[in-house]
Ligand binder design. Structure first.
Ligand code: FES
Ligand code: FES
Length: 168
């Protein structure tokens, strides 16, 4: 008999059992949650459309560590005990958008929108993991924060400009 998996998505607790071990986090999010900002594009770690934030307790530092992961490459079983944040968890129409969302919109950095949630997650992750005592990203670091994200509409200039506007 399989053991239950327990994890949180955008603060909502999920408990699942009898999971097919091949189920990816992306499959689960798309099929079993309302958080459809997470997109399947390449399915092999190359485009960033499926990015989410993983928050995981690190016993060595006794801290919760946060970083972005490709949900298409992440098996659901591996997120047991973790917390996942999608773009909707950063902000949404009901509770107010995150400044990253409004800034990208303000810069007209979203065309079809398919890549946009992944871009938001990459920028959020770069900003929240910014090194140095005062934090903050240099212009070049802000630009590189979305280096792993592909945009099929190829509207990179406004996307990069929006990212650079967050540089310290
Ligand atoms: Fe392209 Fe996951 S769908 S990286
Ligand atoms: Fe269409 Fe980027 S806005 S893929």
């Amino acid at each position: 008999e399989g053991k239950d998996l327990e994890f949180a998505v955008n603060g909502e607790r999920f408990k699942v059992n009898s999971v097919d071990p091949c189920t990816t986090l992306l499959d689960f999010l798309r099929l079993n949650t309302p958080f459809k900002s997470v997109k399947l594009a390449c399915g092999e770690g190359g485009c960033g459309a499926c990015l989410v934030i993983l928050s995981k307790y690190d016993p060595d530092s006794d801290q919760v560590k946060e970083h972005s992961i490709n949900s298409c490459l992440t098996l659901l079983c591996s997120v047991n005990g973790c917390s996942i944040t999608t773009s909707e968890g950063l902000g949404n129409a009901k509770n107010g958008f995150h400044p990253i969302h409004t800034r990208l919109a303000g810069f007209h950095a979203s065309q079809c929108g398919f890549c946009t949630p992944g871009m938001c997650i990459s920028l959020y992750s770069a900003l929240s993991n910014a090194p140095g005592p005062g934090g903050g990203l240099t212009v070049s670091e802000a630009e590189k924060s979305v280096a792993g994200n592909l945009c099929r509409c190829t509207g990179y200039r406004p996307i990069v400009d929006a990212c650079k506007s967050f540089a310290a």
